[in-house]
Design a protein around this ligand. Structure first.
Ligand code: ADP
Ligand code: MG
Length: 724
C-alpha cells in the first residue's frame, strides 16, 4: 500500500500526459502504416488465386482486356480486405469535368431474408457503375446523349479505403461512350505516347521495349489560414481568394519564409498530413515553407502519370480535411492574396521504358545519348507546335492572376535546356564537336554525341518548361487544377512528333540508320529552336523577343481557349484518338462556362460584401469622423480640424468611387448574363468585369488602410497571413 501510492500517482500523471496532436510518435511504424488503406500489389498477391493475380497483373501492365471471372474473383478479395479494414460501403471514384472528384456510396449489405444481411460485392459492381450523369458538366454533349453515364474500373490505379468506403478508381463516360471525365483522355494519351515511343525505340534498335510509361511528380503549393478568421471572409468562402484587402506592412520582401523553420502548428499539420497520405500509399516526400507568408509546399515521389494524377486529387482533398482538424483552412486557389506570390503546381514529367530506363537520362554511351537526343528533339518539336495547347492546359480564372505576374512563368510557353544541353544542341546544329568542360568525360564519335556526366547545377526558375536533369518540369500549372489536362497535352503532342519520327525512319536501312537519325535530330531542332529560351522569362525584353520569334502570348483564359479548338489542334486530338471533335468542343464549352461562372461568382460576392459590409463600415467610420469634427468645433470654435476634414474628404471620395463602380459592376454582371456567345461572354468577363473589379479594389484597399480594425466586419491581411 505504502509503495503503491506514489506509483499510482505517477501512473495517473503519465496517463494524463497527452502527446500533442501531430507530434512525431516514435512508436509508429511508418513502413507498416504506408499503404495500409490501399488494395496494393502485396495484398492482391496474398488474397487472389495465382491465375487471377497473374491475369490482373497482365491487364495492369499491358492494358489487356479483363474477363468477368477474374473481376469476380478480384471483387471478392477486395471486399474481404475492405471489410477487414472497417469499410461498409464502396464507391466508384471518378473525376468529372468539375476538376474535383465524385463518388456515390453503396453499402455492401445484401438482405438474405429473416432480417439478416450479408456483405456482398460482385465483379459486375467492381467493373461498371451507373451514376446519373445529367448533373455533371458535359458541354455540348448534353444534347446528344442520355442522362445515363457509366463508370468503368481502372485497374491500373489501386483501390483504397477512405472514410469506411472502398474507393475504386474509375473512368466516366456517357451512354454512347464519350469521355465525360479527366481520366479517360489521360489513359488514351498514355496509350498513344507509348505506342509511338515503342515504334521509335524499335527503329533505334531497342527491340526489347514493349511499353513506355510517362511518369509524373507534381509539386503542390498551398496556403494555410486560421479557420475562425477564414469564416469571417465571405470572399474566401465563396471564391477561394480575397477580392480586396490592403497589403500587410510585411509581405515576402524579407525572403524569410522560404525554407524557414516550420511553426509548431504548421509542423503538426504537415506531420498529420504526411501520415494520412502515407496510409493511402501516396509517397509524400518533401515539405517546406514557400516564398509567401503562410504558404507551403508538398512534393511526392513521382509515379506513373495515371496514379500521380489520382494521388494529386486525393492529396488536395486530404490537405483540406486535415486542415479542418487543426483549426485551419487549406487554400488551394492560385491567387488567394494580392501583393504576394500565388500558388502553382510543378509537373515533373519523364518517360520510362518497361525495361526500366528513363528516356530523358542523357546516357553515358553514344547510343544512349543519341536516344536521349531523339526524344529531346521530339519534345522540342511538340512544345513548339503545341505551345498554345500547353498554355491552354494551365488556363483558368485563378491562374490568370499568376501567369506573367513575375512570380510564375509568363503566358508565353518556351523551353529551358540549361548550359550543357544547349551546348550539345548547338554542337549538333553546327556539326561541331562538343567542347567538353574539363570535368566531364565523354566519348568521341563521328558525330558530336558526348559521353556526358549529367549535371544539373544550372537552374532557371522563370521558365515555364525546364529541363531538370532527367525530366522536364512544366511550371505553369495552377495549384487547384487537376494535373490530368496538362499531361494529356504533353503526352499527345510528344506522341505526334514521335509518330513523325517513326514515319521518317521506317524505310531507312540498318546501315543508313545512324546518319538518318542524326539528320533527323538536327533538322528537327533546327526547325523548332525558336521555342528554346534560356534567359529571364520575367523580363520585358523576352516578351518582345518572343513576339519577334512568332511565339504565342495568350494572356488570358478566353484567348487560350480560342486556340484550343483550332483546326490543327482538332487534327491532333482526333488523329491519336484522344478526343473526338465533339468531345473536344464539349470541353471547350465546359472550360469557357467555368471561367465565366467563376468570375460571375466573384463579381456577385464583391457586390454583396460592398453593399452589406464594407460600405456600411466605411459610412460608420465617416460618421465617427464627422462627429469628431463637430464635437471639436463645438468645444472650441478656433481649434483646427484640418486633419479630420482631410480624412473625411478622402473617405468620402473613396465612398463615391466604390459606389459608382459597384453600380457599374452590377450592370455589367447583368449584361454578361444576357450574352449568348460563350467566347464573347468570356472576353467580356475578362476585359470588362475583371477590370471594373480591379479599379474598385484600388479604392477599397486604399479606404481599408484608413479604417480602424473594429469598424471592419472581416479580418485584414495582417491577421490572415501572420496568425498561424
Ligand atoms: P527539384 O529539382 O525541382 O527541386 P526534385 O529533384 O526533388 O526537385 O524533384 C521534384 C519532383 O520531381 C519530385 O516529385 C520527384 O519525385 C519528381 N521526379 C524526379 N524524377 C522524376 C521522373 N523521372 N519523372 C517524373 N518526376 C520525377
Ligand atoms: Mg521543382
Amino acid at each position: 500500500m505504502y509503495i503503491e501510492a506514489p506509483f499510482l500517482i505517477l501512473l495517473s500523471i503519465i496517463k494524463n500526459l497527452r502527446i500533442p496532436k501531430g507530434e512525431f510518435n516514435m512508436n509508429k511504424n511508418i513502413p507498416e502504416l504506408y499503404g495500409s488503406l490501399v488494395f496494393n500489389d502485396q495484398i492482391m498477391k496474398n488474397k487472389l488465386p495465382k491465375d487471377v493475380y497473374k491475369a490482373l497483373r497482365k491487364t495492369i501492365e499491358n492494358g489487356t482486356h479483363l474477363e468477368l471471372e477474374v473481376a469476380n474473383s478480384v471483387a471478392v478479395a477486395m471486399k474481404e480486405w475492405a471489410v477487414e479494414n472497417g469499410a461498409t460501403h464502396f464507391t466508384h471514384w471518378f473525376q468529372p469535368m468539375t476538376g474535383i472528384t465524385a463518388e456515390k456510396h453503396d453499402s455492401f449489405i445484401t438482405p438474405i431474408g429473416d432480417g439478416q444481411i450479408i456483405m456482398e460485392f460482385s465483379g459486375k459492381e467492381l467493373v461498371k457503375g451507373e451514376p446519373d450523369a445529367s448533373s455533371f458538366p458535359s458541354g455540348g454533349l448534353r444534347a446528344t446523349f442520355e442522362a445515363r453515364g457509366y463508370t468503368a474500373w481502372d485497374p491500373t490505379s489501386p483501390a483504397f479505403i477512405k472514410e469506411h468506403t472502398l474507393c475504386i478508381p474509375t473512368a466516366f463516360c456517357s451512354y454512347s461512350g464519350e469521355a465525360l471525365d479527366k481520366k479517360t483522355p489521360l489513359l488514351r494519351s498514355m496509350e498513344a505516347i507509348s505506342k509511338e515511343a515503342v515504334k521509335v525505340l524499335h527503329l533505334l534498335g531497342y527491340e526489347d521495349v514493349t511499353r513506355v510509361t510517362t511518369t509524373v511528380g507534381p509539386e503542390q503549393e498551398y496556403f494555410l489560414v486560421d479557420k475562425d478568421l477564414y469564416k469571417k471572409r465571405k470572399d474566401l468562402i465563396f471564391c477561394g481568394r480575397t477580392l480586396f484587402g490592403a497589403m500587410a506592412p510585411k509581405g515576402q520582401e524579407m525572403e524569410d519564409h522560404y525554407f524557414g523553420a516550420l511553426r509548431p502548428r504548421v509542423s503538426a499539420y504537415m506531420q498529420d498530413l504526411d501520415e494520412e497520405l502515407w496510409k493511402l500509399g501516396i509517397p509524400a516526400k518533401t515539405k517546406h515553407n514557400e516564398v509567401a507568408p503562410a504558404q507551403h509546399e508538398l512534393a511526392p515521389v513521382f509515379s506513373t502519370t495515371n496514379i500521380a494524377v489520382d494521388h494529386n486529387q486525393l492529396t488536395m482533398e486530404v490537405m483540406k480535411k486535415v486542415a479542418e482538424k487543426h483549426g485551419l483552412v487549406c487554400l488551394l486557389h492560385e491567387k488567394p492574396f494580392e501583393g504576394i506570390n500565388g500558388s502553382g503546381k510543378h509537373n515533373n514529367w519523364s518517360l520510362t521504358t518497361n525495361t526500366g530506363e528513363n528516356l530523358l537520362d542523357i546516357g553515358k554511351t553514344r547510343a544512349k545519348t543519341t536516344r536521349f537526343l531523339v526524344f529531346l528533339a521530339a519534345i522540342i518539336e511538340a512544345i513548339d507546335n503545341y505551345a498554345d495547347l500547353m498554355r491552354m492546359s494551365a488556363a483558368s480564372a485563378g491562374n490568370d492572376h499568376r501567369l506573367g505576374a513575375n512570380e510564375a512563368p509568363p503566358a508565353i510557353v518556351s523551353m529551358f535546356l540549361g548550359d550543357e544541353i544547349s551546348a550539345i544542341v548547338n554542337a549538333v546544329l553546327h556539326d561541331e564537336y562538343f567542347n567538353k568542360p574539363a570535368s566531364i568525360q565523354m566519348e568521341t564519335g563521328a558525330h558530336v554525341l558526348p559521353h556526358f556526366m549529367k549535371d544539373t547545377t544550372d537552374r532557371n526558375r522563370t521558365s515555364p518548361f525546364a529541363f531538370t536533369g532527367n525530366k522536364f518540369e512544366f511550371r505553369m500549372l495552377g495549384s487547384s487544377a487537376s494535373v490530368a489536362g496538362p499531361n494529356v497535352i504533353l503526352n499527345t503532342a510528344v506522341a505526334e512528333s514521335l509518330s513523325h519520327f517513326a514515319e521518317k525512319l521506317s524505310d531507312v536501312s540498318a546501315e543508313e540508320m545512324d546518319n538518318a537519325v542524326h539528320a533527323l535530330i538536327k533538322e528537327t531542332i533546327s526547325a523548332h529552336q525558336r521555342i528554346i529560351f534560356n534567359g529571364n522569362n520575367y523580363s520585358e525584353e523576352w516578351v518582345k523577343e518572343a513576339e519577334k520569334r512568332g511565339l504565342f502570348n495568350l494572356r488570358s483564359t478566353p484567348e487560350a481557349l480560342r486556340e484550343f479548338v483550332s483546326d490543327k489542334n482538332v487534327a491532333l486530338f482526333t488523329k491519336h484518338h484522344i478526343l473526338t471533335k465533339e468531345e473536344l468542343f464539349s470541353r471547350y464549352e465546359i472550360h469557357l462556362e467555368n471561367y465565366g461562372k467563376t468570375i460571375h461568382i466573384e463579381a456577385k460576392t464583391m457586390l454583396q460584401i460592398m453593399s452589406r459590409d464594407f460600405l456600411p463600415s466605411l459610412m460608420k467610420y465617416m460618421r465617427t469622423v464627422s462627429e469628431e469634427i463637430c464635437q471639436k468645433k463645438s468645444a472650441c470654435a478656433d481649434i483646427s480640424t484640418a486633419c479630420e476634414e482631410k480624412l473625411l474628404k478622402d473617405l468620402t471620395a473613396y465612398y463615391e468611387t466604390i459606389t459608382e463602380y459597384n453600380t457599374k459592376l452590377d450592370e455589367a454582371t447583368k449584361t454578361a448574363e444576357s450574352m449568348t456567345d460563350m467566347l464573347e461572354q468570356g472576353f467580356y468577363y475578362h476585359d470588362t468585369i475583371l477590370s471594373i473589379m480591379d479599379t474598385m479594389r484600388e479604392s477599397v484597399d486604399a479606404a481599408e488602410a484608413l479604417i480602424p480594425d473594429d469598424y471592419l466586419s472581416y479580418p485584414t491581411y495582417d491577421k490572415l497571413l501572420f496568425s498561424v
